[in-house]
Write a protein that binds this ligand. Structure first.
Ligand code: 5RP
Length: 232
């Protein structure tokens, strides 16, 4: 089997994002395949250029990957303010609003993004969409106790929520001990992502949404013809 062309797009985009990282920076490390390519690019710069950085992982998988790559880790206790977070995304709209949470780490990812001066997003070109919600539902992290009530509220606001389940069919529990609902809405609902986010967060038991609309990220989008840089 030859190299995966989509992964090659992620890798090229990750290298350009990581080229923005400077000596001594403290970083948030996102979750998923693109974030993993970014960790590899950081480890490469560490080995070849002596780049010295520290990172705060957004998930156990990312923490393990960073440890394997010998990337130094730190905590929000030590560094409540970060230079940048490098992460992936599930969708990027033309205004660089993001949909995230495909890997279930949305709350921790949003905490790191909000603590960071800069958000660097690495995607393959298939993630560039005309509007949020074009390819999937909005991931919502919910308190398991509240999930049935959240489902009722979401239906009453026109959403179609689906509980994310693991391979055995039981609800997938994320690292905060919470569940994820993926909720689709009609297209017009996404015209104002801020209002949608506000509405969703007003439902008791919804702890975070995958709508990352306020961050002004720099997006590095890998494509067969090269990497496009979008946003701030
Ligand atoms: C995890 C995320 C990921 O960044 C998103 O799902 C993209 O993942 P990948 O790079 O594997 O496509 O938000 O919660």
């Amino acid at each position: 089997m030859g190299p995966d062309p989509v992964d090659a797009q992620r890798r090229a985009a990750a290298e350009q994002a990581v080229a923005r990282v400077q000596q001594g920076m403290v970083l948030g490390f996102g979750t998923g395949r693109a974030a993993a390519r970014a960790l590899e690019a950081l480890a490469h710069r560490q080995r070849t250029e002596g780049l010295s950085i520290r990172g705060i992982p957004s998930s156990r998988a990312t923490e393990e990957r960073a440890r394997t790559l010998a990337l130094p880790l730190t905590t929000l206790e030590a560094h409540p303010e970060l230079d940048a977070t490098i992460d992936g995304a599930d969708e990027v709209d033309p205004s660089c609003h993001l949909l995230k949470g495909g890997g279930g780490a949305l709350l921790r990812e949003k905490v790191l993004a909000a603590a960071s001066h800069r958000l660097l997003i690495v995607v393959e070109s298939a993630k560039l969409v005309p509007h949020l919600g074009a390819t999937r539902g909005v991931p919502l992290e919910v308190l398991p106790f509240a999930a049935p009530a959240c489902v009722r509220h979401l239906r009453s606001m026109g959403g179609t929520p689906q509980l994310r389940c693991g391979p055995g069919g039981a609800p997938a529990v994320n690292e905060n001990g919470n569940w994820v609902l993926d909720c689709t809405f009609e297209r017009h609902v996404f015209e104002d992502p801020a209002a949608l986010d506000r509405g969703l967060r007003s439902i008791p038991g919804i702890l975070e949404t995958g709508l990352f609309w306020s961050f002004r990220p720099i997006v590095f989008a890998g494509a067969p013809e090269g990497v496009r840089t979008l946003g701030a």
